[in-house]
Design a protein around this ligand. Sequence first.
Ligand code: NAP
Ligand code: G4F
Length: 339
Amino acid sequence: MTKRALITGITGQDGSYLAELLLSKGYEVHGLIRRASTFNTARIDHLYVDPHESGAKLFLHYGDITDGSRLVTLLAQVRPDEVYHLAAQSHVRVSFDEPEYTGDTTGLGTIRLLEAIRMIGLECRFYQASSSEMFGAAPPPQSEETPFYPRSPYGAAKVYSYWVTRNYREAYGLFAVNGILFNHESPRRGETFVTRKVTRAVARIKAGQQDELYLGNLDAVRDWGYAPEFVEAMWLMLQHDEAQDYVVATGQAYSVRDFVRFAFEHVGLDWEQYVKFDDRYLRPTEVDALVGDPSRAIKTLGWTPRVHTPELAAIMVESDIKALETEGTPWVHRAWDRD
Ligand code: NAP
Ligand code: G4F
């Protein structure tokens, strides 16, 4: 029997890698996409086959995680075996500008989906994209046992989603799991997250198209892994016979400054000549250090992190150099580009 999966957030970094993984395993994949005035499917266009042609396995459906009745009609129509809930306003800095919207999508979006599953009596397995941001000010290393101390509206909204996912597991017996993922990056990472902002700038500086890069706090420590490996962990969680929550991380700590240095060194440049400070990239409350302990995922799921931060920086710089050569699109500094 072909398994059927529904992915919310399929147009994002993780959604696109997860769709690839599930298609490669023979799944029929359905994705929730937002209607926009421009195309927003660039990360999954290479996977799409016209549904009129035989062999199509990827199906896209309009909807929004703020629209509960749409989630009911979609789930009733698709009747997936596995639901991967990745859709969220996922930018921490932006969550300070749009706290209510972030609560509505990143927090309430999850209960809308869980309620839709419950209301139609759907028997499925449910994955919630929880985040290391929930740990916030709790000192590292952080594991499944570490108490949460969120430091942003985004982190607080994810804590809400974490707990309602656990509650639906305990209250209704739903196979619902939280993947508590630490930062994971790739060439498909959104352009305003720090890693991608840096690697795009390195490519442009190397090509002589930019001469400086403005950043905020370089002292923050993160545990950056490789997104294609992290979506494997999501899938493994839903294949296990017991529903439980897992930290997914590399366990290695690097500062933003380290990442910047790796990226510039990869093309033979001294970062200190190009990087400038701009306080508009600071957050009202910062998360100083996130370093995960992935022992449970390694032991129980057999998952292992393979790509670590120095290699990740090289992969991303190489990809941005290639993109610049093929596209050559000038990157315009925008006044509102404040993340
Ligand atoms: P991303 O690239 O920002 O993708 C977010 C996805 O959510 C996009 O497909 C976006 O659609 C969709 N979305 C946003 N608002 C929506 C709404 N109102 N209705 C429907 N869809 C909506 O994020 P990501 O890096 O892939 O992360 C995936 C999930 O994991 C997110 O929930 C994120 O918070 C969480 N997470 C990420 C990390 C990380 O390091 N990447 C770590 C821990 C947890 P558009 O394309 O239309 O914007
Ligand atoms: O790349 P970031 O914006 O990622 P952040 O805030 O850690 O959040 C990401 O990881 C979370 C998992 O822990 C996810 F849940 C979340 O969805 C997202 O994917 O910032 C990383 C660090 C921060 O400490 C920030 O202050 O980099 C610092 N930073 C320094 N200068 C900057 C900049 N961040 C951004 N975005 N832009 C800067 O110019």
